[in-house]
Ligand binder design. Sequence first.
Ligand SMILES: *Cc1c(COP(=O)(O)O)cnc(C)c1O
Length: 364
Amino acid sequence: METVAVDIDLAALKRNMALIAGKAPQSRIIAVVKANAYGHGSVACARAMDEYAAGYAVARLEEALELREAGIKKPIIMLGGCASAGDLDEVAQQDISVTAHSFAMLEELKAFCKSRPEIRLRVWCQVNIGMQRLGFNEDEAERAMAEIRAFPGFVHPVGMMAHLSCSDEAALKAYHESQLAAFKRMSRFAEGPLCLANSAGILYYPETCTEFVRPGIIQYGISPTLGKRGTDFGLTPVMTFRTVVYAVRDLKPGDAVGYGASWVADRPTRIAVLGAGYADGYPRSMPNGSPVYLNGAVVHTVGHVCMDMMFAELGPDLKAAPGDTAELWGRHVSVEALAERVGTIPYELLTRPTRRARYCYHSE
Ligand SMILES: *Cc1c(COP(=O)(O)O)cnc(C)c1O
Protein backbone atom coordinates (compact mmCIF):
# COMPACT_ATOMS: atom_id res chain seq x y z
CA MET A 1 0.00 0.00 0.00
CA GLU A 2 1.29 3.44 -0.91
CA THR A 3 1.98 5.90 1.89
CA VAL A 4 1.21 8.97 -0.16
CA ALA A 5 -0.83 8.92 -3.33
CA VAL A 6 -2.26 11.32 -5.83
CA ASP A 7 -5.50 9.97 -7.27
CA ILE A 8 -6.44 11.43 -10.61
CA ASP A 9 -10.06 11.09 -11.68
CA LEU A 10 -9.90 11.19 -15.47
CA ALA A 11 -13.69 10.93 -15.77
CA ALA A 12 -14.00 14.14 -13.76
CA LEU A 13 -11.37 15.72 -16.01
CA LYS A 14 -13.49 14.86 -19.04
CA ARG A 15 -16.63 16.26 -17.42
CA ASN A 16 -14.79 19.47 -16.66
CA MET A 17 -13.62 19.67 -20.27
CA ALA A 18 -17.20 19.19 -21.48
CA LEU A 19 -18.32 22.00 -19.20
CA ILE A 20 -15.56 24.29 -20.52
CA ALA A 21 -16.47 23.45 -24.11
CA GLY A 22 -20.04 24.43 -23.28
CA LYS A 23 -18.93 27.77 -21.83
CA ALA A 24 -16.89 28.64 -24.90
CA PRO A 25 -18.94 27.05 -27.66
CA GLN A 26 -17.40 29.18 -30.44
CA SER A 27 -13.82 28.49 -29.40
CA ARG A 28 -11.36 25.67 -29.82
CA ILE A 29 -9.55 24.58 -26.67
CA ILE A 30 -5.81 24.67 -26.21
CA ALA A 31 -5.54 22.64 -23.01
CA VAL A 32 -2.87 24.02 -20.70
CA VAL A 33 -0.87 21.08 -19.35
CA LYS A 34 2.24 22.90 -18.18
CA ALA A 35 3.94 21.88 -14.94
CA ASN A 36 2.97 18.25 -15.44
CA ALA A 37 -0.66 19.29 -15.97
CA TYR A 38 -0.70 21.33 -12.77
CA GLY A 39 0.65 18.31 -10.94
CA HIS A 40 -1.91 15.89 -12.41
CA GLY A 41 0.36 14.13 -14.91
CA SER A 42 0.58 15.69 -18.37
CA VAL A 43 0.56 12.62 -20.59
CA ALA A 44 -2.39 10.89 -18.93
CA CYS A 45 -4.35 14.13 -18.76
CA ALA A 46 -3.58 15.13 -22.35
CA ARG A 47 -4.78 11.72 -23.52
CA ALA A 48 -7.95 11.97 -21.46
CA MET A 49 -8.64 15.46 -22.87
CA ASP A 50 -8.08 14.39 -26.46
CA GLU A 51 -11.74 14.61 -27.45
CA TYR A 52 -11.91 18.27 -26.37
CA ALA A 53 -8.45 19.63 -27.04
CA ALA A 54 -7.42 21.12 -30.37
CA GLY A 55 -3.91 21.29 -28.94
CA TYR A 56 -1.90 21.64 -25.76
CA ALA A 57 0.10 24.39 -24.12
CA VAL A 58 3.18 23.88 -21.98
CA ALA A 59 5.75 26.19 -20.43
CA ARG A 60 9.00 24.43 -21.27
CA LEU A 61 10.57 22.44 -24.07
CA GLU A 62 10.97 19.34 -21.89
CA GLU A 63 7.24 19.39 -21.21
CA ALA A 64 6.49 19.53 -24.92
CA LEU A 65 8.93 16.70 -25.64
CA GLU A 66 7.34 14.53 -22.99
CA LEU A 67 4.02 14.79 -24.82
CA ARG A 68 5.60 14.09 -28.20
CA GLU A 69 7.49 11.09 -26.81
CA ALA A 70 4.19 9.73 -25.58
CA GLY A 71 2.91 9.85 -29.14
CA ILE A 72 0.75 12.96 -28.86
CA LYS A 73 0.55 14.47 -32.33
CA LYS A 74 -1.67 17.51 -31.86
CA PRO A 75 -0.28 21.06 -31.89
CA ILE A 76 1.75 21.93 -28.82
CA ILE A 77 2.48 25.54 -27.91
CA MET A 78 5.40 26.48 -25.71
CA LEU A 79 4.16 29.50 -23.80
CA GLY A 80 7.52 30.49 -22.39
CA GLY A 81 10.43 31.90 -24.29
CA CYS A 82 12.78 29.62 -26.12
CA ALA A 83 16.32 30.58 -25.30
CA SER A 84 18.80 28.80 -27.52
CA ALA A 85 19.22 27.78 -31.11
CA GLY A 86 19.77 24.23 -29.89
CA ASP A 87 16.26 24.27 -28.51
CA LEU A 88 14.89 25.52 -31.82
CA ASP A 89 16.29 22.51 -33.64
CA GLU A 90 14.30 20.25 -31.37
CA VAL A 91 11.28 22.53 -31.55
CA ALA A 92 11.26 22.39 -35.32
CA GLN A 93 11.88 18.67 -35.49
CA GLN A 94 9.04 17.95 -33.10
CA ASP A 95 6.69 20.44 -34.76
CA ILE A 96 6.22 22.49 -31.60
CA SER A 97 4.89 26.06 -31.75
CA VAL A 98 6.80 28.85 -30.05
CA THR A 99 5.72 32.35 -29.20
CA ALA A 100 7.47 35.36 -30.70
CA HIS A 101 7.18 37.81 -27.83
CA SER A 102 9.95 40.37 -28.39
CA PHE A 103 12.03 41.69 -31.26
CA ALA A 104 15.07 39.91 -29.82
CA MET A 105 13.18 36.62 -29.85
CA LEU A 106 11.85 37.31 -33.33
CA GLU A 107 15.40 37.90 -34.58
CA GLU A 108 16.49 34.59 -33.06
CA LEU A 109 13.63 32.76 -34.73
CA LYS A 110 14.38 34.37 -38.07
CA ALA A 111 18.10 33.67 -37.82
CA PHE A 112 17.34 30.04 -37.08
CA CYS A 113 14.98 29.76 -40.04
CA LYS A 114 17.53 31.39 -42.35
CA SER A 115 20.12 28.84 -41.30
CA ARG A 116 17.66 26.04 -41.99
CA PRO A 117 15.79 27.05 -45.14
CA GLU A 118 14.14 23.64 -45.37
CA ILE A 119 12.33 24.24 -42.09
CA ARG A 120 9.25 26.29 -41.39
CA LEU A 121 8.57 27.19 -37.77
CA ARG A 122 5.16 27.33 -36.13
CA VAL A 123 4.86 30.62 -34.31
CA TRP A 124 2.30 32.58 -32.29
CA CYS A 125 2.75 36.31 -31.86
CA GLN A 126 2.39 37.17 -28.20
CA VAL A 127 1.36 40.70 -27.24
CA ASN A 128 1.50 42.41 -23.86
CA ILE A 129 -1.86 43.76 -22.72
CA GLY A 130 -0.80 44.82 -19.26
CA MET A 131 0.95 42.05 -17.35
CA GLN A 132 4.49 43.08 -18.40
CA ARG A 133 5.58 39.48 -18.67
CA LEU A 134 6.05 38.41 -22.28
CA GLY A 135 4.76 40.04 -25.42
CA PHE A 136 5.11 42.97 -27.78
CA ASN A 137 3.87 46.27 -26.40
CA GLU A 138 1.03 48.00 -28.09
CA ASP A 139 3.31 50.45 -29.89
CA GLU A 140 5.36 47.52 -31.25
CA ALA A 141 2.57 45.22 -32.35
CA GLU A 142 2.02 46.64 -35.82
CA ARG A 143 5.71 46.44 -36.74
CA ALA A 144 6.08 42.99 -35.15
CA MET A 145 3.15 41.58 -37.07
CA ALA A 146 4.36 43.19 -40.30
CA GLU A 147 7.74 41.50 -39.87
CA ILE A 148 6.13 38.19 -38.98
CA ARG A 149 3.75 38.38 -41.91
CA ALA A 150 6.54 39.06 -44.35
CA PHE A 151 8.78 36.26 -43.13
CA PRO A 152 8.60 33.11 -45.25
CA GLY A 153 10.27 30.86 -42.65
CA PHE A 154 7.12 30.73 -40.50
CA VAL A 155 4.00 28.69 -41.07
CA HIS A 156 1.29 31.20 -41.98
CA PRO A 157 -1.13 32.49 -40.89
CA VAL A 158 0.45 33.31 -37.53
CA GLY A 159 -2.01 33.71 -34.66
CA MET A 160 -1.96 36.34 -31.94
CA MET A 161 -2.18 35.60 -28.25
CA ALA A 162 -2.13 37.54 -24.99
CA HIS A 163 -2.60 36.72 -21.33
CA LEU A 164 -5.10 38.27 -18.92
CA SER A 165 -3.40 39.12 -15.65
CA CYS A 166 -6.44 39.65 -13.47
CA SER A 167 -9.71 38.79 -14.98
CA ASP A 168 -11.16 37.77 -11.66
CA GLU A 169 -12.74 39.99 -9.06
CA ALA A 170 -15.40 42.54 -9.84
CA ALA A 171 -13.07 45.18 -8.41
CA LEU A 172 -10.66 44.46 -11.25
CA LYS A 173 -13.26 44.72 -13.94
CA ALA A 174 -12.04 48.07 -15.16
CA TYR A 175 -8.54 46.70 -15.53
CA HIS A 176 -9.84 43.68 -17.35
CA GLU A 177 -11.70 45.95 -19.74
CA SER A 178 -8.58 47.93 -20.50
CA GLN A 179 -6.72 44.67 -21.24
CA LEU A 180 -9.49 43.46 -23.49
CA ALA A 181 -9.56 46.81 -25.29
CA ALA A 182 -5.77 46.70 -25.79
CA PHE A 183 -6.07 43.20 -27.24
CA LYS A 184 -8.83 44.29 -29.58
CA ARG A 185 -6.75 47.21 -30.83
CA MET A 186 -3.70 45.03 -31.42
CA SER A 187 -5.70 42.23 -33.01
CA ARG A 188 -6.28 44.54 -35.99
CA PHE A 189 -2.75 43.62 -37.02
CA ALA A 190 -3.21 39.87 -36.60
CA GLU A 191 -2.93 37.64 -39.59
CA GLY A 192 -4.28 34.46 -37.98
CA PRO A 193 -6.53 33.28 -35.14
CA LEU A 194 -6.76 35.02 -31.77
CA CYS A 195 -6.22 33.33 -28.42
CA LEU A 196 -6.87 35.22 -25.19
CA ALA A 197 -8.99 33.63 -22.46
CA ASN A 198 -7.52 31.65 -19.58
CA SER A 199 -9.74 29.95 -16.97
CA ALA A 200 -10.98 33.20 -15.47
CA GLY A 201 -11.70 34.64 -18.90
CA ILE A 202 -13.79 31.59 -19.78
CA LEU A 203 -15.75 31.70 -16.53
CA TYR A 204 -16.32 35.43 -16.24
CA TYR A 205 -15.78 37.11 -19.60
CA PRO A 206 -17.28 35.35 -22.61
CA GLU A 207 -16.05 38.18 -24.82
CA THR A 208 -12.48 36.98 -24.23
CA CYS A 209 -13.32 33.61 -25.82
CA THR A 210 -11.91 34.12 -29.30
CA GLU A 211 -11.05 31.42 -31.88
CA PHE A 212 -8.92 29.68 -29.25
CA VAL A 213 -9.09 29.60 -25.45
CA ARG A 214 -6.41 28.39 -23.02
CA PRO A 215 -8.06 26.92 -19.92
CA GLY A 216 -5.70 25.73 -17.22
CA ILE A 217 -6.85 25.23 -13.67
CA ILE A 218 -10.57 24.84 -14.36
CA GLN A 219 -9.80 21.69 -16.34
CA TYR A 220 -8.64 20.22 -13.06
CA GLY A 221 -11.85 21.31 -11.35
CA ILE A 222 -10.42 24.18 -9.33
CA SER A 223 -11.42 27.83 -9.15
CA PRO A 224 -9.03 30.37 -10.68
CA THR A 225 -10.22 33.08 -8.33
CA LEU A 226 -9.94 33.53 -4.58
CA GLY A 227 -13.05 33.09 -2.50
CA LYS A 228 -14.61 30.64 -4.94
CA ARG A 229 -14.52 26.87 -5.35
CA GLY A 230 -14.48 24.98 -8.62
CA THR A 231 -17.66 23.30 -7.44
CA ASP A 232 -19.38 26.73 -7.47
CA PHE A 233 -19.09 26.52 -11.26
CA GLY A 234 -20.14 22.87 -11.53
CA LEU A 235 -16.55 21.65 -11.83
CA THR A 236 -15.24 18.56 -10.03
CA PRO A 237 -11.79 18.44 -8.42
CA VAL A 238 -9.69 15.92 -10.35
CA MET A 239 -6.93 15.40 -7.79
CA THR A 240 -7.18 13.68 -4.43
CA PHE A 241 -4.02 13.91 -2.37
CA ARG A 242 -4.10 11.22 0.26
CA THR A 243 -2.01 9.43 2.82
CA VAL A 244 -2.45 6.79 5.50
CA VAL A 245 -2.71 6.71 9.26
CA TYR A 246 0.54 5.45 10.75
CA ALA A 247 -0.47 5.43 14.38
CA VAL A 248 -3.22 6.49 16.75
CA ARG A 249 -2.32 7.87 20.17
CA ASP A 250 -4.28 8.88 23.23
CA LEU A 251 -3.24 12.19 24.75
CA LYS A 252 -3.81 13.62 28.19
CA PRO A 253 -4.16 17.31 28.96
CA GLY A 254 -0.74 18.99 28.73
CA ASP A 255 0.70 16.63 26.09
CA ALA A 256 2.45 18.73 23.42
CA VAL A 257 2.40 17.57 19.81
CA GLY A 258 5.20 17.74 17.25
CA TYR A 259 8.32 19.84 16.78
CA GLY A 260 8.35 23.02 18.80
CA ALA A 261 5.43 21.79 20.93
CA SER A 262 3.22 24.23 19.05
CA TRP A 263 -0.02 22.51 20.06
CA VAL A 264 -0.86 21.25 23.53
CA ALA A 265 -3.87 19.10 24.36
CA ASP A 266 -6.19 20.81 26.83
CA ARG A 267 -8.37 17.74 27.36
CA PRO A 268 -8.06 14.01 27.01
CA THR A 269 -8.14 13.37 23.29
CA ARG A 270 -6.80 11.19 20.54
CA ILE A 271 -4.64 12.02 17.54
CA ALA A 272 -3.68 10.23 14.35
CA VAL A 273 -0.14 10.39 13.04
CA LEU A 274 -0.38 10.65 9.25
CA GLY A 275 2.21 9.49 6.73
CA ALA A 276 2.64 12.69 4.71
CA GLY A 277 4.70 15.78 5.43
CA TYR A 278 6.11 18.84 3.79
CA ALA A 279 8.53 16.75 1.75
CA ASP A 280 5.47 15.23 0.10
CA GLY A 281 4.09 18.63 -0.78
CA TYR A 282 1.83 19.40 2.16
CA PRO A 283 2.78 22.92 3.28
CA ARG A 284 4.62 23.18 6.57
CA SER A 285 2.98 26.54 7.06
CA MET A 286 -0.48 24.92 7.27
CA PRO A 287 -1.86 26.17 10.60
CA ASN A 288 -3.35 24.12 13.41
CA GLY A 289 -7.00 23.39 12.78
CA SER A 290 -6.76 22.76 9.04
CA PRO A 291 -9.13 20.15 7.68
CA VAL A 292 -8.25 16.54 6.86
CA TYR A 293 -10.89 14.02 5.80
CA LEU A 294 -10.69 10.70 7.61
CA ASN A 295 -13.17 7.86 7.93
CA GLY A 296 -16.15 9.94 6.91
CA ALA A 297 -15.39 12.95 9.09
CA VAL A 298 -13.48 16.19 8.79
CA VAL A 299 -10.79 16.27 11.48
CA HIS A 300 -8.21 18.99 12.06
CA THR A 301 -4.46 19.21 11.98
CA VAL A 302 -2.52 19.85 15.17
CA GLY A 303 1.17 20.59 15.66
CA HIS A 304 3.71 21.55 13.02
CA VAL A 305 3.81 19.48 9.87
CA CYS A 306 7.00 17.35 9.89
CA MET A 307 9.04 16.38 6.83
CA ASP A 308 7.38 12.95 6.50
CA MET A 309 4.48 13.02 8.92
CA MET A 310 1.79 15.24 10.37
CA PHE A 311 -0.91 15.05 13.03
CA ALA A 312 -4.69 15.30 13.12
CA GLU A 313 -6.86 15.37 16.21
CA LEU A 314 -9.53 12.71 16.15
CA GLY A 315 -11.32 13.78 19.31
CA PRO A 316 -12.67 11.22 21.72
CA ASP A 317 -15.16 9.52 19.40
CA LEU A 318 -13.81 9.07 15.87
CA LYS A 319 -12.46 5.60 15.21
CA ALA A 320 -9.27 5.29 13.20
CA ALA A 321 -6.60 2.63 12.84
CA PRO A 322 -3.21 2.36 11.17
CA GLY A 323 -3.64 1.99 7.42
CA ASP A 324 -6.83 4.06 7.22
CA THR A 325 -6.86 6.61 4.38
CA ALA A 326 -6.72 10.33 5.07
CA GLU A 327 -7.59 12.81 2.32
CA LEU A 328 -5.37 15.89 2.53
CA TRP A 329 -7.20 17.60 -0.30
CA GLY A 330 -9.70 16.51 -2.91
CA ARG A 331 -13.48 16.17 -2.94
CA HIS A 332 -13.95 16.59 0.82
CA VAL A 333 -11.19 19.05 1.62
CA SER A 334 -11.08 21.86 -0.88
CA VAL A 335 -7.60 22.77 -2.05
CA GLU A 336 -8.91 26.30 -2.58
CA ALA A 337 -9.69 26.57 1.15
CA LEU A 338 -6.30 25.16 2.12
CA ALA A 339 -4.55 27.62 -0.18
CA GLU A 340 -6.39 30.50 1.48
CA ARG A 341 -5.19 29.27 4.87
CA VAL A 342 -1.55 29.50 3.88
CA GLY A 343 -1.86 32.69 1.87
CA THR A 344 -1.32 31.14 -1.52
CA ILE A 345 -3.38 30.01 -4.50
CA PRO A 346 -4.48 26.47 -5.33
CA TYR A 347 -2.17 26.48 -8.36
CA GLU A 348 0.78 26.32 -5.98
CA LEU A 349 -0.60 23.51 -3.83
CA LEU A 350 -1.60 21.35 -6.79
CA THR A 351 1.92 21.48 -8.17
CA ARG A 352 3.51 20.59 -4.83
CA PRO A 353 3.12 16.80 -4.47
CA THR A 354 6.54 15.34 -5.07
CA ARG A 355 7.87 12.22 -6.71
CA ARG A 356 7.36 10.39 -3.43
CA ALA A 357 3.66 10.22 -4.22
CA ARG A 358 2.30 7.36 -6.24
CA TYR A 359 0.06 8.56 -9.07
CA CYS A 360 -3.10 6.49 -9.48
CA TYR A 361 -5.30 7.13 -12.51
CA HIS A 362 -8.99 6.24 -12.49
CA SER A 363 -11.37 6.47 -15.40
CA GLU A 364 -14.58 5.95 -13.51
C1 LIG B 1 -0.84 29.18 -17.17
C2 LIG B 1 -1.34 29.92 -18.33
C3 LIG B 1 -2.67 29.78 -18.77
C4 LIG B 1 -3.72 29.02 -17.98
O1 LIG B 1 -4.06 29.78 -16.84
P1 LIG B 1 -5.26 29.33 -15.87
O2 LIG B 1 -5.43 30.48 -14.94
O3 LIG B 1 -4.80 28.11 -15.17
O4 LIG B 1 -6.42 29.08 -16.73
C5 LIG B 1 -3.04 30.38 -19.96
N1 LIG B 1 -2.15 31.12 -20.66
C6 LIG B 1 -0.89 31.33 -20.26
C7 LIG B 1 0.03 32.17 -21.08
C8 LIG B 1 -0.43 30.74 -19.08
O5 LIG B 1 0.83 30.95 -18.68
